[in-house]
Design a protein around this ligand. Structure first.
Ligand code: HEM
Ligand SMILES: [Cu+2]
Length: 556
């Protein structure tokens, strides 16, 4: 039996070194961004406990809100997007056993995205775009910030194109083969994002860019927010699905077992493709100008995406159990201890899954129309998002780099023990940090606020705020160990690394999936129909009635 991830017809290994270099370039940008994200993060955490580092960070970081914007942009827009744009094409090429359809397009994509990033970085670092990573108008940033980010998004569309062309070439070469699972999932992820990012593109091209260039005088906060969240909810799946791809197609093998069900994995990704986008109003429950009925519909649809999440949960846990039992694990729960905890890549990803379960539970609270009012815009929200994108995604990506960077470099990881320390510190630090933020949120402490300068700090917050700083500092140390390990692996490690990508076999293989799963058009059409139903009437009304008369503000 061939591993599920590898094309069956593959005979001789083609030279995929060029794909490796491209991935390395994306990872370099991603990891540098994460470094900046972590430095700004610890300053925020310490500030909450009364330790103000900002005077020392000037002129690089000129205020808490300048730093917070850099933190959000580097972490969730740059680290994630560049990692994903590097990792998924690599996985696709390896699992199909063929090069990308166009290597030139691959490099053009990299330079377009990096060029966009550099353009956006000038106003971002220069404090001319301190509008948070959500850039809600009427806050007004320098035009280069909007144009640069738009180029990054355009780059992700080119990744989709390259993946689709690569799959088409594979299908021509192997007309009867099922698309191997990693390539299938990578394409589903990028297809979903390419649809979802249209909202962001529309907001940028028709509203923010002309407005920041002075071509139009006014804008509209509500329409901008609707377009932003059209992309802003599914972007969380754009971050998460690549982590799921690792959990489904690689971790089972790393854990010594097999994926429980390949067809079920495909089903969950097709559901994400269809359901991820028509839900964005759950971020706008408190916004005026959208009828409650639409908010309720989006709230309901939000609970439908919980279903493929549960499919993922059961499938991945069953696969882990399969691995642990193959390693001699027994009992209902005790098998868990038999996972290969000594492998930092596995440890990172399993711990990421554990914290993600709590992120998911909190997410159900956020998604509930009425309960949301308790947590809206409080510290609960960053508490939640550090469990999800800040751990489920980030710790998983770190876990992936523990094998991927050695593979790309051809040298073993500098230190397994350093990696272990980093992984467990992130896990422990995040429990303290995130729990503190959740509790502070329930006590009404606002997010996006320089708490040390707030005149309304409550005595009961005072008891919990030091935990934000303690947890945040542990996370910071974990991050430093991670960067040191990556750097030393690249520059100082001498022992050759020879393993291949750890693609997992499946207990129930792709041949058991319905033929409909190999077709894309019906799923894309269904996704489009749901979007039109859930967004069409509201967008149409706003587009027709919005006066575009809000002036811009620079409040910093
Ligand atoms: C050393 C690690 C980190 C620390 C200490 C840290 C700390 C913080 C703190 C204290 C806040 C709340 C700021 C406020 O609401 O005023 C925050 C916000 C945020 N963090 Fe982190 N963080 C870290 C890593 C990360 C990572 C890895 C990610 C994602 C990949 C992330 C994503 C975010 C986002 C999206 C926000 C919200 C920004 C906004 O409201 O505009 N953080 N962080
Ligand atoms: Cu959402």
């Amino acid at each position: 039996m061939t591993p599920a991830g590898v094309a069956q017809a593959r005979t001789t290994a083609p030279d995929l070194a060029s794909e490796g270099r491209l991935t390395g370039a994306f990872l370099l940008v991603a990891i540098l961004a994460l470094f900046g994200g972590i430095v700004t993060g610890v300053a925020q955490a310490l500030e909450h406990a009364g330790i103000n580092l900002y005077p020392w960070m000037a002129p690089l970081i000129q205020s808490y809100y300048h730093g917070l914007t850099v933190h959000g942009v580097l972490n969730v827009l740059v680290w994630t997007t560049f990692f994903i744009a590097g990792f998924l094409p690599f996985l696709t090429a390896r699992s199909l056993g063929r090069p990308l359809a166009s290597r030139a397009l691959g490099w053009a994509t990299f330079w377009l995205m990096t060029g966009g990033l550099l353009l956006a970085a000038v106003p971002l670092l220069g404090n001319a775009a301190s509008v948070m990573f959500t850039f809600y108008p009427p806050l007004k940033a320098h035009w280069a910030f909007y144009v640069g980010l738009t180029l990054v998004v355009a780059g992700t569309w080119l990744v989709t194109l390259n993946l689709a062309l690569t799959r088409a070439a594979f299908k021509r070469e192997h007309p009867h083969a099922r698309t191997p699972l990693p390539a299938f999932m990578a394409l589903a992820t990028f297809a979903m994002w390419s649809i979802a990012s249209l909202g962001l593109a529309a907001e940028m091209l028709f509203m923010l860019i002309p407005w920041s260039l002075g071509w139009v005088t006014g804008t509209d906060p509500l329409l901008a927010r609707v377009l932003f969240w059209f992309s802003g909810h599914p972007i969380v799946y754009f971050w998460l699905l690549p982590a799921y791809i690792s959990w489904y197609t690689l971790v089972p093998r790393q854990a010594g077992g097999k994926l429980f069900s390949d067809p079920m994995a495909r089903a969950s990704f097709l559901l994400f493709l269809v359901l991820s986008t028509p839900l964005g109003f759950h971020h706008q429950y408190t916004d005026p100008g959208i009828h409650q009925g639409w908010k309720m519909l989006h709230g309901f649809l939000t609970f439908t995406v919980f279903f493929p999440s549960l499919l993922t949960f059961f499938n991945v846990v069953a696969s882990l159990e399969n691995g642990a039992r193959a390693r001699g694990g027994t009992g209902w729960v005790a098998w868990f201890g038999r996972l290969p905890w000594g492998d930092p890549s596995v440890a990172a990803q399993v711990l990421a899954m554990i914290l993600f379960a709590f992120g998911g539970i909190g997410g159900l609270i956020n998604a509930s129309l009425s309960v949301n009012l308790v947590v809206h815009n409080t510290a609960w929200i960053p508490g939640h998002l550090h469990l999800t994108v800040g751990t489920a995604v980030t710790l998983t990506f770190m876990g992936i780099t523990y094998w991927l960077v050695p593979m790309l470099r051809g040298r073993q990881l500098w230190s397994v023990r350093l990696a272990q320390a980093s992984v467990w510190l992130w896990f422990g630090g995040m429990i303290i940090f995130s729990n503190a933020l959740h509790r502070l949120g329930l006590m009404g402490m606002p997010r996006r606020t320089m708490i040390g300068a707030a005149p309304y700090v409550q005595p009961e917050w005072q008891a919990v705020l030091p935990l934000v700083a303690i947890g945040g500092s542990i996370l910071f140390v974990s991050g430093l160990l991670y960067f040191a390990n990556m750097l030393l692996t690249v520059v100082a490690s001498r022992v050759p690394y020879e393993a291949d990508v750890p693609f997992a076999e499946a207990l129930s293989s792709a041949e058991h999936a319905p033929a409909l799963f190999e077709r894309w058009r019906p799923w894309l059409a269904l996704a489009a129909v749901l979007i039109v139903l859930a967004y069409g009437p509201v967008l149409l009304r706003l587009a027709v009635t919005t006066p575009f008369d809000a002036p811009g503000f620079r409040v910093w």
